[in-house]
Write a protein that binds this ligand. Structure first.
Ligand SMILES: Cc1ncc(COP(=O)(O)O)c(C=O)c1O
Length: 444
């Protein structure tokens, strides 16, 4: 069957059995011929075209759904997922070379510490420890300073990987997970790829709302993922008061798996951690190195209860084996070098300055923006597409809130990590101009 693709080229779906048809669609997605959000042909049409039984096409679509390649949304039919789990790369919108990229969520390369690999580093062989002893000691000190119990510590390949592994250690297909709404897009894509369903929970500047979490727990959520600080996309940070409220709720559901994502720990020193760990039997506190030290380290260190840590480490051993000790040694160096510590403190200060400058500039134009911590500013807007395309035309690429939300109100995300202070006023002017041109005035 020929499907009109977004690039106006046509893609021909082929095959006679369910797995062949699914493979043909998967290949089209991987090659970019079938775009994110694009509708697949109605089952009956494709069945007629391929001269197969509709049940065969239906089975093919089910296979693709189970692999996280497509989603079925009632009357909207079956569509390619925004970040299909079968595509080898991100399928974000292309940003013109002359636009300023405030979309990608990267740290500022100039504020990252240099990676220095010592000569003559000793090689780890098979059958060693999961975690380098020196890194274990450094991690325990960091976790203890923040009140996180750290008897059991496991490295993984970043926070996303750690979340994947911790969920796999406890949940089964069909289970539901309470997630922040708006929240980290990667989690919204990961869950369906794992056969899990998201239960969106509203958040405010202090984190998940207690009413929202209570509703999700009452609906039977088996796990909850909470960002401690530098929440993506709103910059929320869990306050002591909120942590207390959420702990009380979780304590009444001790079987719920708690995943705490503290990826902003090192770039948010002005917000002390208010951990929820210990409120449930099974929990994991994940600290990614990506934002402060560099995403290419692909490393996050997780403290967890004994069972969770043993399952994650045991499963890791059977597949990937371990996180290279070349990387672990680097993480240890970065976490214990005083010069690096000063550099990271400077990066945190710079990000705070950029974030606060943008929020103030928008406020001066009557535009309310959120972002108490981290590298993102979230701005509620009436029409995301109008604002995103209007800003793009003015040379500013920002992220549509749709990437991060389920049922929450529209907004856009501006990542400020690469925003120069000199760009703040022109950006705020462009924002105000786009809003007033769209007829929504300044305040939203
Ligand atoms: C909420 C959140 N957690 C963690 C991360 C870092 O993920 P990783 O460690 O997999 O690079 C990000 C990156 O954008 C994030 O937004």
């Amino acid at each position: 069957m020929v499907v009109q693709t977004s690039s106006r080229a046509a893609y021909k779906i082929s095959g006679r059995g369910a797995s062949r048809i699914a493979a043909s669609i998967e290949a089209g997605i991987a090659a970019g011929h079938l775009a994110p959000g694009q509708a697949l042909p109605p089952i009956r049409d494709l069945a007629a075209e391929l001269e197969v039984n509709p049940n065969t096409v239906s089975a093919a679509y089910r296979l693709l759904r189970d692999r996280g390649a497509v989603e079925t949304a009632g009357r909207r039919g079956t569509r390619v997922r925004e970040q299909p789990a079968t595509a080898p790369r991100n399928l974000d919108f292309p940003i013109p070379a002359d636009a300023k990229d405030l979309v990608n969520g990267n740290p500022d390369r100039r504020l990252l510490p240099e990676l220095v690999f010592p000569r003559g580093i000793s090689q780890r062989l098979y059958k060693g420890e999961t975690i380098l002893p020196s890194l274990l000691t450094a991690a325990r000190e960091r976790f203890a300073a923040d009140g996180v119990p750290a008897e059991h510590v496991v490295p993984a390949f970043g926070a996303g990987d750690a979340i994947d592994r911790v969920l796999s250690a406890h949940l089964r297909t069909g289970d539901t997970v309470a997630v922040e709404d708006p929240g980290w897009g990667a989690v919204y894509h990961l869950l369906p790829a794992m056969g899990l369903a998201a239960v969106p929970v509203p958040i405010d500047a202090e984190g998940m709302t207690p009413q929202g979490l209570a509703a999700a727990l009452n609906r039977g959520a088996r796990a909850v993922i909470i960002t401690s600080r530098a929440q993506n996309p709103t910059g929320a940070a869990v306050t002591a008061r909120r942590a207390e409220e959420l702990r009380t709720l979780l304590a009444a559901h001790p079987d719920v798996l708690l995943i705490e994502d503290d990826h902003g720990a090192d770039i948010t020193p002005h917000f002390g951690l208010n951990t929820l760990t210990g409120a449930t039997t099974h929990w994991a506190h994940i600290r990614s190195l990506s934002k402060a030290y560099g995403p290419d380290l692909r490393c996050a260190i997780t403290a967890a209860d004994a069972t969770t840590a043993a399952r994650v480490a045991g499963r890791l051993r059977l597949g990937a084996g371990w996180v290279s000790q070349v990387i672990q040694d680097q993480v240890h160096r970065l976490w214990t070098d005083e010069r690096v510590e000063k550099q990271i403190a400077e990066a945190a200060r710079a990000y705070t300055e950029r974030r606060e400058a943008l929020i103030a500039a928008l406020a001066a134009r009557g535009i309310a923006a959120q972002g108490v911590s981290g590298i993102n500013v979230w701005i509620p807007v009436p029409e995301e597409a109008v604002v995103v395309s209007g800003l793009l035309a003015a040379g500013w690429a920002v992220a549509p809130g749709a990437w991060f939300r389920a049922g929450s109100a529209p907004g856009v995300r501006i990542t400020v990590s690469n925003l120069d202070l000199a760009e703040v006023e022109p950006l705020a002017d462009a924002f105000a101009a786009v809003l007033s041109a769209s007829g929504s005035g300044g305040a939203v």
